[in-house]
Design a protein around this ligand. Structure first.
Ligand SMILES: *[C@@H]1O[C@H](CO)[C@@H](O)[C@H](O)[C@H]1NC(C)=O
Length: 175
């Protein structure tokens, strides 16, 4: 635009010098024409500039819209990313907790197994002792029963013999 104005001004100056020996009327007329031409060009330049401005402003607006969309997307992706990072760290924490729980349960299980084994051993010992005691008792009981039966038999035999002898004597005497 500045270049355009300068060129027009130079052209106008040269016209003024050319018409140096013409009449004043002609010079004024020429100046008016130059001025009209200059104003038209100025107007055109303004229109052209306005066109350029509006074209640029629509381009700038479109770029701004794109930039907004991109930054919104980036924000959404960042939020998604933060959400999934949170989820991952929560899951990792849960896994760690679970592993700790598992470990402590394993320790408890070990202790319980040891206790169970020692109880089993104790039970075996007790069972062996009980059964040997039982068989002892049975044997002793059977011995006592046998002895009692022996005694009973002996007593019966003795009693029968003692009673029969005088009766038989009496019987034989009455007959
Ligand atoms: C839990 O402990 C047992 C016994 O040590 C092991 O075999 C198992 O892999 C553990 N489980 C987890 C999920 O760590």
């Amino acid at each position: 635009f500045c270049v355009l104005v300068t060129i027009t001004f130079l052209y106008f100056s040269s016209k003024v010098t050319e018409n140096g020996d013409g009449s004043v009327e002609e010079t004024v007329q020429a100046l008016r024409e130059e001025r009209a031409l200059l104003e038209r060009r100025l107007e055109e330049a303004h229109i052209h500039l306005a066109d350029i401005k509006s074209s640029w402003s629509s381009k700038i607006a479109s770029l701004e819209t794109q930039l907004e969309r991109l930054s919104r997307q980036a924000g959404e992706e960042g939020a998604e990313r933060r959400k999934s990072d949170n989820l991952i760290s929560q899951l990792e924490k849960k896994i760690k907790d679970f592993e700790l729980t598992n470990e402590s349960l394993n320790l408890k299980l070990e202790r319980i197994k040891i206790e169970r084994d020692s109880l089993a051993t104790e039970l075996k010992t007790l069972t062996a002792e009980t059964s040997s005691t039982e068989s002892d008792t049975t044997t002793k009981y059977q011995e006592v029963v046998r002895e009692l039966e022996d005694l009973k038999n002996k007593f019966e035999v003795a009693h029968l013999t003692a009673r029969r002898t005088p009766m038989e004597q009496a019987d034989s005497s009455t007959r």
